[in-house]
Write a protein that binds this ligand. Structure first.
Ligand SMILES: [Zn+2]
Length: 376
């Protein structure tokens, strides 16, 4: 009897042990060791011959000695290259994604499309953004909370893309004529302080991480920069965002909206051309981030026919780029903090980091200093 009782116990124990080992084996995360000739760690150190040890999808450590490579690790040799941590693009529109379907201008592709469809195809732009080395984006304006859907899908591992911080609808003033019997469009339209407060609360209730406000005209092929929101409206939006612990990004193509946005306490200022010296000084004093988004206008010039813009905007846009660069030069000299923002839309995903290269090349070269404020 005894052996009879003992044997099944042993067999059971053996199965359990086998089961544990099998489970450990399947749970064991693959280890990779990536060699870089140089590695900038964003903590002030430039490594030579660095080895990055990755377990599963997490970096475990960085070493300079080959003995740190665990037995059985897959070694990937990128020693011809310099490595750096994932970059942050602080101004994208991930849900305004299109392809280059021949004969179908991008502007047409984005009109009246089903949000479910958009979120699904936008995964391609998310992937391209990631492949460009951008592992985090701040997405500044989407319809129907498609940005929130993308953010959550990425966070759950259902979609591959950069970590997203999103704003829902950007706030903007009434810009459509009144039509009797037709409801005003939903979303971010808000006029006057009470409506602004309500619109900010609506975005936060929907799950926004950050607030976006359009304080001037200017977008796509329109490079006008007339101020739209008043100082009081901006101040109300800033206060309400901050009350909920959220940051706010204010868009202004021109100097007037920029001046009031900075004084209202915006955390970042987007685009902002022709700023006066006092505003630039104020940004430096307050630590307001400047996101000049210069490269998106270059993208528009390169692709205007595919997008579907009418001919004739090129001269104005070229002049705007020059003024944008000049403003960035002055801001850099004054010690303003910069952040890299591509304003990527349509097929621009994957070109996210060109904004940074262009700033360094054209705005800072003559300032005699390196990109001191560009550690995003
Ligand atoms: Zn934008």
């Amino acid at each position: 009897m005894k052996p009879m009782r003992f044997l099944p116990g042993l067999v059971l124990a053996a199965f359990c042990v086998t089961g544990i080992f099998a489970q450990q084996k399947s749970n064991a995360k693959p280890v990779k060791a990536v060699r870089f000739g140089k590695l900038w760690d964003a903590r002030g150190k430039l490594w030579t011959n660095a080895i990055v040890i990755i377990e599963g999808d997490r970096i475990r450590n960085v070493a300079a000695d080959a003995s740190a490579i665990p037995a059985g690790a897959e070694v990937i040799d990128l020693s011809k290259y310099t490595g750096l941590p994932g970059l942050i693009d602080v101004h994208t529109h991930m849900t305004i994604y299109t392809d280059e379907t021949p004969g179908e201008p991008m502007l047409k592709q984005t009109a009246n499309v089903n949000p479910g469809y958009v979120v699904f195809v936008a995964r391609k732009g998310a992937m391209r953004t990631l492949e460009a080395g951008v592992t985090t984006v701040r997405d500044l304006g989407a319809d129907q909370y498609m940005d929130i859907a993308m953010r959550d899908l990425i966070n759950r591992g259902e979609m591959i893309g950069p970590r997203m911080f999103v704003c829902g609808y950007g706030l903007y003033i009434t810009n459509t004529p009144y039509k009797p019997g037709i409801n005003p469009p939903a979303g971010g339209i808000a006029d006057g302080v009470p409506e602004v407060l309500k619109a900010v609360r609506q975005q936060i209730a929907a799950g926004a991480d950050v607030i976006k406000m359009y304080a001037s005209t200017g977008t796509d092929d329109d490079v006008t920069g007339f101020q739209t929101y008043t100082f009081e409206e901006m101040k109300a939006a800033v206060a309400m965002a901050h009350q909920f612990g959220k940051k706010i990004a204010i868009h202004s193509y021109g100097p007037d909206g920029a001046r009031d946005a900075v004084r209202a306490g915006t955390d970042s200022l987007e685009h902002a051309t022709d700023m006066d010296d006092a505003t630039i000084q104020e940004m430096a004093k307050r630590g307001t981030f400047y996101v000049p988004t210069i490269d998106h206008n270059r993208y528009y010039l390169d692709n205007w026919q595919k997008i579907g813009y009418a001919n004739g905007f090129q001269e104005k846009t070229k002049a705007f780029i020059e003024r944008n660069l000049e403003t960035a030069r002055r801001a850099h000299k004054a010690g303003v903090k910069f952040a890299m923002g591509s304003d990527a839309i349509y097929t621009m995903f994957g070109q996210n980091t060109r904004a940074r290269a262009r700033l360094v090349r054209e705005s800072w070269n003559d300032a005699g200093a390196g990109p001191a404020h560009c550690n995003d």
